[in-house]
Write a protein that binds this ligand. Sequence first.
Ligand code: TYM
Length: 333
Amino acid sequence: MDSKKIIFSGMQPTGLPHLGNYLGALKNWVSLQESEECNTIYCVVDMHSITVRQNPAELRKRCRDLLALYIALGLDPEKTLIYYQSQVPAHAELSWILNCYTYMGELNRMTQFKEKSLKHADNINAGLFSYPVLMAADILLYGAHLVPIGDDQKQHLELCRDIAIRFNSIYGDVFVIPDAYYGKTGTRVMGLQEPSKKMSKSEMASEGNLVSLLDKPEVVLSKFKKAVTDSGSEIKASPEKPGITNLLSIYCAVTGKSIEQAEVDFSGSGYGSFKTQVGEAVVEELRPIQKKFKDLSEDKAYIDDVIRKNGERANEAARKMIVKVKRKVGFFA
Ligand code: TYM
């Protein structure tokens, strides 16, 4: 029997991933792939993205770009299952079943639903409301033990656990109860202009607030140089210094240093030089990813092949669980 831990995570193909997505999630996805003890599965969650209106041609392109970016980051489609959610009907099937084991009150409490309803007041659709159930289905379908995510998905993961425990209490040991997996730093990257709010794709309007993984080096540097800092001159992480704390945690997530070590390294530096050094560290981290992404974008046949083969593999991987669940609830399967 395979005793490896199953790792599952996903990202929405809405806009280019930013530094928050990278440090909070993607970077950890890659390191988990390298662990001998893990089987990794990462999905482009295109079904989640239509909870907000999308332009079909743009969505198709963004899905491809995101899948190519997964590979550019170091995910190897031979080792890791990377695929589109909409290629695997079992996600939708399980999601429907789990909807019937989730309470309106639970979904009403989801802070992301409240935030998104305010932002898209003209389109508060049922999909937006039951979105966390689809996320639970994604995870439970593959029996995932660990889910590498940023801090903003914590509430959704807790709901996933509650649904799984409820289902198991009725039907026996069907689902694995998953745990979240967080990195040491970078679990909540804040905006460079508004360090009191998380860096978010929907904040595109204030450009300098967000660093896209495909921003050119000079753009990245300039965004860091213009990053908002705090009063005083000391480079120290503290709740009174949200700007400096955010920059320090970005620096540490990129370099692998601890906050204490970085504080010592930068003691005596001015804010200007500190911001430049953080920007340079990010540029160096992104350089090989951007180069690989550019090469892959030109190799259409290879990406097509990955989409097709991995879609088939994902259907195969999902089959056992969906059959089991259908039988448990009394369906023919
Ligand atoms: P999404 O697409 O909004 O974000 C993808 C990942 O990036 C993390 N993240 C951040 N981490 C640190 N700082 C930030 N500022 C920041 N912004 C985003 C998110 O926590 C996430 O890990 N519902 C999910 C996608 C999803 C999923 C799943 C995830 C669907 N099914 C199953 C895990 C397992 C979402 O919208 O993430």
